[in-house]
Ligand binder design. Structure first.
Ligand code: GLY
Length: 394
């Protein structure tokens, strides 16, 4: 009898927490839908007439609160189309499919832009999700062409894909930790074509980055500069972090997400161990706040009086959900991701109908440049929806 009561109570507790999680996900997608409608309605007024390069995707709010759009070539142009795909995935509402197709099409020309490493961010978040959800062969072609364009930036002697072309007076061949995120597109291209070249380059880049980007405590440098003839590392420093030796929060998040994804694609245990070590650096850090929403840099000098970076938190949450399915520490990772999501939903979301439709507040783009500090950012919203979908699927 006692045993029956215990089982019934346990089952009730589990289902009620399952219901609570489901309700949380639903409430956040309800909010996301309302906010996306606001954003779609506000985009025309934010689009300048006669602009030389037409802005196509929302990125953030200006200091005066105006909606800021970016042209297709901006590294963030794929996130808004990606959000629309996630809304379609959750709701199955054909209106979101229509909007997702529309905003995805606006950035197709990027498939030929070899002047940047950000191809994965742009094309995989938009066309990648589009192909996953529709099997549209035209989207497949865009993914493959984009991968072909991206690997033009591969430097065989160094074993890396070049990140930036700017600041040539500072770096010979800069590689930023963010570049780990562009590898998913290459793995996809190999699966779609059967050509190993793409995945081989992705693996080489991930291995070289593992060797050169990480400090003994498993925090990551932001920028590593290579000599492309000898492959030697010239310097290690930062661009968006507090100092060359600091741990820029979003960089740590990109590393966590990137190595988790590399393990998914290769099943190479070295990548799983790398992701686990990066997770330990982040989650055990004494300056990670109790609500698990990091400050913009773990070494920012005025903590706790420093801006948070919600975008880093959403990337971490999404990565932790994926990692939870691979790791022996899965239950812990999942609990941490749940806490991040619960805290974001409680304390960091925009009031409904405000902020031109962004979902989350309090991200930091580049504190050293005093640019996009404590603002909404499209990539925070994108990885938030992705994390919610991953949570739902677990
Ligand atoms: N990939 C650029 C950034 O994280 O700000």
């Amino acid at each position: 009898m006692k045993k029956t009561i215990l089982i019934t109570l346990t089952f009730a507790a589990l289902s009620s927490s399952g219901f609570a999680q489901k309700a949380l996900i639903k409430s956040q997608f309800d909010l996301a839908e309302k906010q996306a409608k606001v954003m779609l309605a506000d985009i025309p007024a934010a689009t300048p007439a006669n602009a030389k390069v037409v802005p196509v995707s929302p990125r953030t709010l200006s200091p005066t609160g105006a909606l800021q759009l970016v042209p297709a070539r901006d590294w963030t142009s794929g996130f808004f189309p990606g959000e629309l795909w996630y809304l379609y995935e959750y709701t199955h509402n054909p209106e979101w499919l229509k909007q997702a197709r529309l905003y995805t099409a606006k950035i197709e020309n990027e498939k030929l832009n070899a002047g940047t490493h950000d191809m994965g961010f742009k094309i995989y978040c938009s066309f990648g999700n589009g192909y996953r959800l529709t099997n549209d062969p035209a989207y497949k072609d865009v993914i493959i062409q984009s991968a072909r364009t991206l690997i033009k930036r591969y430097k065989p002697a160094a074993g890396i894909i070049r990140s930036w072309d700017h600041h040539k007076e500072v770096w010979q061949c800069p590689v930023i930790i963010d570049n780990m995120m562009n590898l998913e597109l290459l793995f996809a291209a190999t699966k779609l074509t059967g050509d190993r070249t793409f995945a081989d380059i992705a693996v080489k880049h991930a291995q070289t980055t593992m060797k050169n980007h990480f400090r003994p405590d498993m925090s990551s440098y932001h920028v590593v500069d290579y000599d492309t003839l000898t492959g030697k590392v010239i310097q290690k420093n930062t661009h968006q972090g507090y100092s060359h030796e600091s741990a820029w929060a979003r960089g740590q998040a990109w590393a966590l997400y990137g190595y988790t994804m590399c393990y998914r694609e290769t099943r190479d245990k070295a990548f799983l161990e790398q992701a686990e070590k990066v997770a330990a650096f982040i989650l055990q850090h004494p300056r990670l706040p109790a609500d698990l929403i990091p400050y913009w840099d773990f070494d920012a000098p005025k903590i706790p009086d420093e801006p948070r970076d919600v975008s880093a938190a959403t990337v971490m949450a999404s990565a932790l959900y994926e990692l939870s399915a691979f790791s022996k520490q899965g239950a812990m990772y999942r609990a941490k991701a749940d806490r991040i999501i619960a805290n974001l939903a409680k304390n960091y979301v925009s009031p409904e109908g405000e902020n031109h439709g962004f979902i989350l507040l309090h991200s930091t783009g580049s504190k050293p440049a005093n640019s996009e500090v404590d603002v909404p950012l499209s990539y925070a919203d994108y990885y938030y929806l992705e994390a919610l979908l991953r949570k739902q699927k677990l």
